[in-house]
Design a protein around this ligand. Structure first.
Ligand code: GAL
Length: 532
């Protein structure tokens, strides 16, 4: 076995720290209920309702105008025009009204030439109103003249499949240009939401504050379940921003159970929370749910983490994340049952690295349930979730690091990973948790990194990797940016094999990276840490 020397520069160290950007945005957005049929009085009425219901006092601050306000573009000056009948006085009085209530204002545009409303909602007036070619001019208007604080930038005008003009652009380039135009206004703290309908790639973290990771939500359980499923393995990309699961359908036509699951999962997965229903017509149950401060606290937790899947048995999942304190004994846990029948979900405390007596508090019921040892079981209804704070006597060192909780530098979902040679999380029933990381290697950034491998005291460990290898393959293991140790992985046939490397870990956070710059790597199921 090889001994890996840990070389840790200050730079690597700072790269390992969890540095949350702002907490997820909370507010309201017009699209889910009104699509393009919006107006000045409607938007101001929603802002009033937000304050009247005290939603601002629990954190909802943004009133976001989505598609539908456009009135074309002046062909001579290039100036963006506002819809003459929906907003006869323009947008300024609306923004001023929102600000006068102590709220913040959000606007919408497109990275291409025309918006989605023009292409899909027959909003014919909205031709040529996208940011393409007008980045500086429009950003000056939105953030300088009008005083907006947030922008969602859509992509119908940027991809030929979505627009009538058959235009296609490079998303990374488009969003970088838009961010620069926002910065050029000189206003700090402006928030950018990238709406590219799939996780766009790790570049987005430098550009945006949040990014959609799915196609549009609709008011059906199928849609909610689909978005949660797509976000289950994206926790590694949420560290410094937010995977946006889309505007809430809470308070519309889902069942109460589904509404709770929808809201609870958006909270623990640290998605932006943008109410999407008519706030002038809220049912008491909806208001109670939207104002559940114990769930909101998970969402707005300053650590900024997204819960990851700690175990997956049958059709149910246990998700967990640290809150308040990294590696503390208090953790937020969701027991999630997406299936169509009730199921008993068992939380094994060893899966969430807690030991001794574990106190459980139900965050929907606001109720302490008592102390438990080893495990806790509860029946979770169909389409249901139960969310708890679990406080153990002891926080143990994590020993199992699944590949599906790791960061892959080249990871993206916009293009077929096989076609463009980037890694992907793939289902595989032979793997623990039912998922593996595949299509790794061949270039330096097509790696897999566990960025927070925690060792309480540091020292010698055996790192065991469960891998699958179709033929003889090789990978390198690097700890904390140190030199790579070559690991040869013989053909594992149709199953898994285990290869190990000895390493010295530092006390605190460590990064373990697997890579092969020139050849295909084995597929990776998980890493296990054994203290020597
Ligand atoms: C979609 C976007 C929706 C909404 C709509 C407006 O592309 O995902 O959230 O903004 O466009 O036309």
């Amino acid at each position: 076995m090889n001994m890996i020397r840990c070389i840790l520069s200050g730079l690597v160290m700072s790269g390992l720290m969890v540095a949350a950007k702002d907490v997820p945005v909370m507010g309201w957005s017009s699209w889910n209920t009104y699509r393009v049929n919006i107006s000045d009085s409607l938007i101001m009425g929603q802002a009033d309702a937000m304050v009247r219901h005290g939603l601002d006092s629990v954190g909802y601050r943004f009133i976001n105008i989505d598609d539908g306000y456009f009135g074309g573009r002046d062909t001579a000056t290039g100036e963006l025009l506002i819809h003459p009948t929906r907003f006869p006085g323009g947008l300024k009085p609306v923004v001023d009204h929102i600000h006068s209530l102590g709220l913040r204002a959000g606007i919408y545009s497109d990275a291409g030439v025309s918006t989605c409303g023009f292409n899909w909602d027959n909003d014919t007036i909205a031709r040529n109103v996208g940011l393409y070619g007008h980045e500086i001019q429009d950003c000056r208007m939105f953030f300088g003249d009008l005083g907006f604080d947030f922008i969602k930038v859509d992509y119908c005008g940027g991809t030929a499949r979505q627009n009538k003009d058959h235009l296609s652009f490079d998303p990374e380039e488009r969003y970088r240009i838009i961010r620069e135009a926002m910065d050029a206004t000189g206003r700090g703290g402006l928030l950018l939401n990238v709406c590219r309908w799939d996780y766009p790639g790790t570049w987005v973290d430098e550009v945006a504050d949040s990014w959609r990771m799915s196609t549009d939500i609709n008011c059906s359980w199928r849609s909610i379940e689909n978005i949660i499923r797509q976000n289950l393995y994206l926790s590694a990309y949420a560290e410094r921003g937010h995977n946006d699961m889309d505007m809430l359908e809470v308070g519309r036509t889902l069942t109460d159970e589904e509404d709770r699951t929808h809201f609870g999962m958006w909270c623990i997965m640290s998605s932006p929370l943008l109410i999407g229903c008519d706030m002038t017509q809220l049912r008491p149950e909806t208001l109670r749910l939207l104002k559940n401060t114990e769930l909101i606290a998970l969402n707005q937790d300053p650590l900024g983490l997204q819960a990851y899947v700690a175990s997956h048995d049958g059709e149910t999942y246990v998700l967990v994340k640290d809150v308040d304190e990294l590696y503390g004994a208090s953790r937020a846990v969701a027991l999630y049952n997406p299936s169509d029948s009730p199921d008993t979900v068992t939380l094994r405390f060893s899966d969430i690295d807690l030991d001794g007596k574990v106190r459980m508090r139900d965050l929907f019921e606001h109720k302490d349930l008592g102390s438990f040892e080893d495990e806790f079981s509860v029946e979770v209804p169909a389409h249901g979730v139960r969310i708890y704070r679990a406080v153990g006597d002891i926080r143990k060192e994590r020993s199992v690091y699944e590949a599906e909780t790791a960061y892959m530098t080249a990871y993206q979902e916009l293009y077929n990973p096989v076609a463009v040679g980037t890694a992907a999380y793939m289902p595989d029933s032979l793997c623990s948790g039912g998922v593996k990381a595949a299509n790794l290697g061949y270039r330096p950034d097509n790696d897999i990194v566990w960025r927070h491998v925690r060792s309480e005291y540091g020292g010698g460990y055996e790192l065991q990797f469960a891998v699958m290898s179709d033929g003889d393959r090789e990978m390198y293991v690097s700890v904390n940016g140190g030199p790579g140790t070559l690991v040869k992985v013989p053909d594992s046939g149709s199953g898994l094999s285990t290869v190990s490397v000895d390493a010295d870990l530092l006390p605190g956070d460590n990064a373990v990276r697997l890579y092969n710059d020139g050849a295909v790597m084995p597929e990776v199921d998980k890493m296990e840490l054994v203290k020597k």
